[in-house]
Design a protein around this ligand. Sequence first.
Ligand code: NAP
Length: 306
Amino acid sequence: MSQIYDRVALIGLGLIASSMYWAIKRAGLAGEVTGYARSEATRDTARRIGLCDRVCDTAQEAVEGADLVVLCVPVGAMGAVAKDIAPVLKPGATVSDVGSVKRHVIEEVGPHIPEGVHFVPAHPLAGTEHSGPESGFAELFDNRWCLLVPVEGSDPEAIARLRALWEGMGSNVDEMDADHHDLVLAVTSHAPHLIAYTMVGVADDLRRVTDSEVIKYSAAGFRDFTRIAASDPTMWRDVFLTNKDATLEILGRFTEELFALQRAIRTGDGQHLFDYFTHTRAIRRGIIDAGQDTDAPDFGRVKAKS
Ligand code: NAP
């Protein structure tokens, strides 16, 4: 793979930025990658583990001279970061982001983008429940989708270059409109996370099932809820605050379906339950056929070496 940008700046050095850095290095996609994180502790960790070619003490320093700047901070922090770096952005540079919500980011970041600088928002559909500079790995984006969400007037050449970067990092790339993106993600990611948070909270409240029992017997489904519910609280707070409408719409639909299933259980309507579960099983099959998960038993966990 050949070099796509001379200089890339990563603002925020958590799971996504660190995975980007290792993936960029793996394929030689950039000449130099600079990085900035808000806290000194994160910057020190980044320097210690060799994350980024140069770790800077200010966002402006990291951004100066960069051809591509990627905002990798929580959605609620994007606007303030964009405002801070705007005066030093290089003419002709591209600003992108990796935020999980797109309409809000476009509204908050867009007004700060100077004339002559391109803005191409993006969202890699890949993650883990871990966060921070040490949680990243080069393979995170392999065979995962990255959605580019160009804004009105986004330069086709800037879009094509960013697409090449994400493809070089292992992703499949699609383009999507911001509102549709936020609805799709409400269904596929945001509402499921909220449901997982709720389920784990409910189990915690249920004192009839002791804590040790919840942990000991968690393999039967609950364990996967706990993994999702361990996701970063700041990131997910911001997702729900900024993708309010779509998430509330999907949760409304979820509640209706839940009531229907509740009624089927109460009235002993086995046919309803059977048909419903047959349909959902087919959806799972579709995800495996699309290569977005494996069919390995035990939820794809790697078996411990005996
Ligand atoms: P992360 O591991 O928690 O890292 C976040 C980084 O942002 C840290 O370097 C943090 O700095 C910095 N930061 C936090 N608040 C800030 C603020 N107010 N101002 C400036 N910097 C701030 O997060 P992540 O998982 O990489 O997520 C980053 C972005 O990617 C989010 O917008 C998220 O929605 C999106 N995303 C996440 C996933 C996922 O599964 N995790 C997947 C796709 C997209 P300090 O360390 O110094 O606090």
